[in-house]
Design a protein around this ligand. Structure first.
Ligand code: NIG
Ligand code: FE
Length: 427
């Protein structure tokens, strides 16, 4: 058992605000100071009959129930027969947007491709129109419902991208909405500037990149509206050169690079991610061997978004090859009007069935590695002492049930910084 502060021979027990006891499996997902990769991708650090003690919103003790109860006193929450694990971190979402696109869902089932719909003025452009028409308050109200649902499904930290404004003012409106949500909602929100999500209709892509570089990025950086800058590097959207130009300028302004890379076509986005030292490259459905290897060498996180190939009925990323090559993997929902889901458990299930990730690998990808993908591993992603007490309890006897028992919400209790924000639903 690890206890902080050390109390090897203490006479009195330390007061905790909450002690979760008797977990059938307690998944620490111990943070070794770097993302988990290769054979370690699936290391969960399981404690049987585990307990975790919490004070002031932080984890202060973890280990076997008997040992933790010997060292701490406080209110108890019995997790007998259940799994206790870190809250999910969702490191890639388009949380803030107006409207919805269910009519396109039907068009896709009838055979239209994602790009055909977008080139005809639908897709991202349809959401841009709805987002521009919405006020900041309306966007906050809509996104708050999504965040509520995320919390219900166990997500306690969320990355949120702009990208449906495509004018400087509308992009800033979306980032301000995300910032407000982070302040007002129990979930933590981490913001990414994705002004380069599409080329605004009627505009030249190079001229738009100029606008982003000279006007938008400086404003986003000086107002502290985002930590990351992302770009949709894709055939018919932004080229590798345009993406490089934007990400380099953003990095100089203090926004760490991220990419939507090799999603629908192989464009060299993963190679560019390695070249610019991106924090992550996301999607990677079409990533080349060389791109995957370069990312692994340069410590770029691969963020896989299995909801997108699920709705597009396309091939999935080559997760097994990536793990073999030593690329650390994270999972995310990609929540957006094309892939409309808030739930990380389904991502874990799709990662297992469609990408052959093992349950333990997928859970690490949805917690600790996901925290690394948004530079939050110092605070969340594992149940290490000192991190935020973001903890979920699953109505399941072991972690394999999370993907195995799919399509239902096994997340029973959600604790955010030591506070129960979703009460246990089952006895
Ligand atoms: O990550 N690929 C680009 N962006 C989103 C989809 C956005 C949309 O269709 O509205 C994605 O899949
Ligand atoms: Fe995305």
């Amino acid at each position: 058992m690890k206890i902080y502060p050390p109390v090897a021979h203490a006479m009195a027990r330390i007061a905790a605000d909450l002690i979760i006891t008797n977990a059938a499996e307690l998944l620490i997902v111990p943070d070794g100071g770097c993302p988990r990769t290769g054979p370690a991708q699936g290391h969960l650090g399981i404690v049987r009959d585990g307990a975790v003690a919490v004070a002031d919103g932080r984890i202060i003790g973890i280990g076997r129930t008997r040992d933790v109860l010997g060292a701490f006193s406080g209110e108890k929450l019995d997790a007998s027969g259940r799994v206790v694990m870190p809250g999910f971190v969702d490191p890639h979402t388009h949380l803030v947007f107006g409207g919805s696109r269910e009519h396109e869902y039907v068009m896709k089932l009838e055979g239209k491709s994602y790009m055909e719909i977008m080139e005809a003025g639908g897709g991202i452009f349809s959401t841009v129109r709805a987002t521009r028409a919405a006020s900041e308050d309306e966007l906050v109200a809509q996104a708050r419902r999504r965040l509520d649902r995320m919390l219900t499904w166990g997500t306690t930290t969320v990355e949120a991208k702009s990208g449906y404004g495509l004018t400087v003012e509308d992009e800033l409106k979306c980032l301000r909405a995300a910032l407000r949500l982070g302040r007002e909602h129990p979930a933590d929100v981490v913001s990414t500037f994705l002004g380069a999500h599409a080329v605004p209709e009627g505009m030249d892509p190079d001229a738009y990149i100029d606008l982003l570089v000279h006007e938008a990025v400086p404003k986003v950086a000086t107002e502290g509206l985002a930590e990351f800058c992302d770009v949709f590097c894709e055939k018919g959207v932004f080229s590798v050169d345009q993406s490089r130009r934007l990400l380099s300028a953003a990095a100089e302004a203090g926004l760490a690079p991220k990419l939507h890379a090799d999603e629908l076509s192989q464009r060299g986005g993963s190679e560019l991610a390695a070249e610019v030292g991106a924090v992550s490259a996301d999607h990677l459905l079409m990533a080349s061997d060389a791109g995957i290897q370069a990312m692994a060498r340069e410590d770029v996180m691969g963020v896989l978004l299995p909801g997108t190939p699920f709705v597009l009925r396309s091939d999935y990323p080559r997760a097994r090859y990536m793990v073999e090559q030593g690329l650390p993997l994270a999972l995310a929902t990609d929540l957006n009007p094309n892939c409309l889901t808030e739930g990380m458990p389904l991502m874990v299930a799709l990662a297992c069935v469609q990408m052959r990730m093992l349950p333990a690998e997928a859970i690490v990808a949805a917690t600790l590695n996901a925290a690394y993908a948004i530079n939050r591993a110092d605070e969340v992603g594992s149940l290490d002492i000192g991190k935020k007490a973001d903890i979920i309890i699953l109505d399941a006897p072991n972690h394999i049930h999370l993907p195995y028992h799919f399509g239902v919400n096994l997340v029973d209790t959600v604790i955010k910084e030591g506070v129960v924000v979703r009460e246990g639903q089952t006895g």
